[in-house]
Design a protein around this ligand. Structure first.
Ligand code: ADP
Ligand code: MG
Length: 319
């Protein structure tokens, strides 16, 4: 079994007016790339800030490298790097000059570390170029270089891909994969767009309105997204109960427009219609559908985009 490096138990943050995180329990495995995914306002940043000790939980506990008391956590956090707000860099300075400033501020005696981190993030040859002439992707890489100065074993990155162009997304994705693979850094990364992280993460935590909706591995997600059964009946609520109680199906969701999607492998599709009939439900449609990632995500966490947009091929054909 993989070693757990971070464990949150019933983590809760109540701000004056609202509960941003509601009793969230999750674990991060050593060596994993764990994606925290949910729409804007779902509590991702608050969770990351609590992990970093920047926000105090109202209730619940955090254990990092086995420590959960204040002193132990402070020590454990020194083995981590956090990029939570947009990384700050002096615009007029070069990448190297910015890192040199940070090295001194952080009290790192090893001057060679600057060359190492510049090399790691692929900014070695930016020479005299000031940060103001950097692309957003380069700025993010500089932020990552800065976070790497202290040889972190865990990196926590809040939406580092937000706002990047497709090329920038690939750049950062490949960089994070490399840091995970070659430097053995465990990564916790958030995004409100699942597809941005789908080629990167080994584990996923889906969050909505401060609630953790689902936790699963990349393999499990892939399995669930390859295909699904779609059932539409004359009485979907009863159909749901029948599927649950008589056939024992637990992996399903209800489409906002009606109908049920089942993400489990079913050997005998006929059993479904027969069992539904026997229980007084008439199936109107029973078909196999390709489930795409975005559709799966929208059904799970909802969000600003409506479901029709994610699943209507007519719409995507028009655009
Ligand atoms: P996300 O990062 O997923 O967009 P946040 O963790 O930033 O979500 O926010 C979760 C909820 O908590 C939001 O509704 C937000 O308005 C609220 N919130 C965040 N920070 C504060 C704060 N300092 N004071 C009050 N409410 C906050
Ligand atoms: Mg946020």
């Amino acid at each position: 079994m993989s070693e757990i490096v971070i464990e949150a138990k019933e983590l809760t943050k109540q701000y004056i007016k609202q509960k941003a995180v509601k009793s969230a329990s999750f674990a991060v495995k050593k060596g994993s790339i764990c994606g925290l995914i949910g729409p804007n306002g779902s509590g991702k940043t608050t969770i990351m800030k609590m992990l970093g000790g920047l926000v105090l939980p109202t209730a619940g506990s955090i254990e990092i490298y086995g420590a959960s008391d204040e002193k132990g956590l402070a020590k454990a956090r020194s083995r981590m790097s956090f990029i939570i707000e947009t990384p700050y860099a002096k615009e007029a300075l070069t990448a190297r000059e910015n890192l040199e400033k940070q090295r001194i501020q952080k009290g790192i005696p090893d001057k060679k570390r600057i060359d190492e981190v510049l090399e790691l993030v692929g900014l070695s040859d930016t020479g005299k170029k000031p940060v103001k002439a950097f692309s957003l992707g380069m700025r993010q890489r500089l932020g990552i270089a800065n976070a790497l100065l202290t040889h972190p074993e865990i990196m926590v990155l809040d939406e580092p891909i937000n706002g990047l162009d497709p090329e920038g997304i690939i750049e950062i994705r490949e960089l994070l994969k490399k840091l995970n693979r070659e430097e053995h850094i465990t990564i916790v990364i958030s995004s409100h767009i699942l597809s941005e992280l789908s080629l990167l993460c080994t584990d996923y935590i889906f969050i909505r309105n401060g609630d953790i909706k689902r936790m699963l591995t990349a393999d499990e997600l892939k399995k669930e997204c390859t295909e699904c059964y779609y059932i539409h009946t004359d009485n979907d609520p009863i159909a749901l109960a029948v599927l649950n109680e008589k056939i024992g199906i637990s992996q399903y969701d209800v489409d906002k427009n009606g109908g049920i999607r089942i993400y489990e492998k079913l050997d005998e599709i006929r059993t479904i219609s027969k069992t539904l009939y026997e229980n007084g439900v008439i199936p109107l449609e029973l078909s196999m559908r390709e489930a795409n990632l975005e559709q799966y995500y929208m059904n799970l966490v909802g969000g600003d985009t409506n479901v029709e947009l994610a699943e209507s091929s007519e719409l995507s054909d028009k655009t």
